[in-house]
Design a protein around this ligand. Structure first.
Ligand code: AMP
Length: 308
C-alpha cells in the first residue's frame, strides 16, 4: 500500500542510500540529542510520531518513511495535553522495550522518547488552535484534544525539522488538522498519509484494541462492516449524506454491545458535515465497546479507489 500527500503530484524520490534491514535504534530522551542527531547525519529525514504500544499500523508508517527518506526517526510520547481529564491517559498501554525491538526490525534509526517535563517544561504556555476543522467530530467529543495534538506535532516538527512526516489515515480528522496547520503556518515539511492497516476481520489496528474483552473483540469488526455498507450504498449511486449515515447506523445497530458516539459523512478536508455528496467524502464513526472508544473511517470518491 502506498502513502500519499493528499494532493496531486509526484511521489518523493527514493533516497540515494538504502538502509540496512535491521539496525540498532538509538533511543534518546533529550531534545538536544535529537538536534545533534539531525545536525551530524546526512540526507533526508522522515519522522513518524506515535504514542507507542506499536502495531503493524505504526510500522507501515515506518516502512513508508524508509522507502522515501535516507534516515527515519520515530517519536514515542503519550501526550497528556491531548487527553481530557476523564480519558485513559493513566492506563494508556505502554511497552518501551517491545516498541524498541519493533522499531529496530523496521529499520528506524532514532527513537525520541521524552519525558513530559522535556516537552512541557515549567512555564510552558503556547498552544496551537487550528480553527474550525478541529471543532466537530473528535474535537466536539474530546475538548482540547486537537489543541494538544497540534501543539505537540508542531513541537516535534520544530525539534526534528524532518523533510517528511508520516500519519495514518485511520485518524482522518487529525490528518486534516495537521495539514491545515502546516498550510496556515507555511511549514516546509511534507505530510504523508498512509492507509489504515486492519486485522484480517477488518478491525482497524489500534493500541486501544487491548481494552477489548474477547466478546467485544468478536463484535468489533462491525465498525468496518458498517462503513463498507455505507460505501456500497455510495457505490450504488446514493449521494444523500443522511441516507449513508442511516445505512451505517443500521449496521452498527446489529451489535447490541456497540454504543454509537457519532456517525458522520463529512468533507475530508474541512470535516464539515455534508448534505449531498458531490466529491470525496469522509465516512467516519466513533463507538464505545465496553471501556474502549474506537474510531474508524473510509473515504469515498477519492482517487485511487479505496481498497480497504
Ligand atoms: P498513535 O500512536 O495512536 O498516536 O498513532 C500514531 C500514528 O499511527 C498516527 O499517525 C496514527 O494515525 C497512525 N496509526 C494508528 N493506527 C493505525 C492503523 N491501523 N493504520 C495506519 N496508521 C495507524
Amino acid at each position: 500500500m502506498r502513502c500519499g500527500s493528499g494532493k496531486a503530484g509526484p511521489s518523493p524520490r527514493a533516497p540515494r542510500h538504502r538502509r540496512r534491514e535491521r539496525q540498532d535504534v538509538k533511543t534518546v530522551t533529550a531534545i538536544r540529542e535529537v538536534r545533534a542527531w539531525r545536525r551530524y547525519g546526512r540526507g533526508s529525514v522522515g519522522l513518524v510520531p506515535t504514542m507507542g504500544y506499536l502495531h503493524a499500523g505504526h510500522l507501515s508508517l515506518v516502512d513508508a518513511a524508509r522507502r522515501e527518506n535516507d534516515r527515519v526517526a520515530a517519536s514515542l510520547f503519550v501526550n497528556p495535553t491531548q487527553f481530557a481529564p476523564t480519558e485513559d491517559l493513566a492506563r494508556y498501554p505502554r511497552d518501551l522495550e517491545r516498541d524498541t525491538r519493533l522499531l529496530e526490525t523496521a529499520g528506524c534509526e532514532l527513537l525520541f522518547a521524552p519525558t513530559v517535563e522535556e516537552i512541557y517544561p515549567a512555564g510552558f504556555q503556547t498552544s496551537v488552535d487550528v480553527g474550525t476543522v478541529a471543532a466537530p467530530l473528535e474535537g466536539a467529543r474530546r475538548p482540547g484534544h486537537f489543541r494538544g495534538v497540534a501543539t505537540v506535532v508542531l513541537k516535534l516538527l520544530g525539534i526534528f525539522r524532518p523533510d517528511r512526516a508520516y500519519f495514518g489515515a485511520k485518524d482522518a480528522q487529525q490528518l486534516a488538522v495537521i495539514r491545515k496547520m502546516v498550510r496556515d503556518l507555511d511549514l516546509t515539511v511534507e505530510i504523508r498519509a498512509c492507509p489504515t492497516v486492519r486485522e484480517t476481520d477488518g478491525l482497524a489496528m489500534s493500541s486501544r484494541n487491548v481494552y477489548l474483552t474477547a466478546e467485544e473483540r468478536h463484535a468489533a469488526p462491525v465498525l468496518h462492516r458498517a462503513l463498507l455498507a455505507g460505501r456500497d450504498r455510495w457505490a450504488a449511486g446514493e449521494r444523500a449524506a443522511e441516507a449513508l449515515r442511516q445505512t451505517i447506523r443500521s449496521v452498527l445497530a446489529e451489535e447490541p454491545q456497540v454504543r454509537v458516539d457519532y456517525v458522520s459523512v463529512a468533507d475530508p478536508e474541512t470535516c464539515r458535515e455534508l448534505e449531498t455528496l458531490a466529491g470525496p467524502a469522509l465516512l467516519s464513526l466513533a463507538a464505545f465497546l465496553g471501556k474502549a472508544r474506537l474510531i474508524d473511517n473510509i473515504v469515498v470518491g477519492d482517487e485511487p479507489a479505496p481498497r480497504d
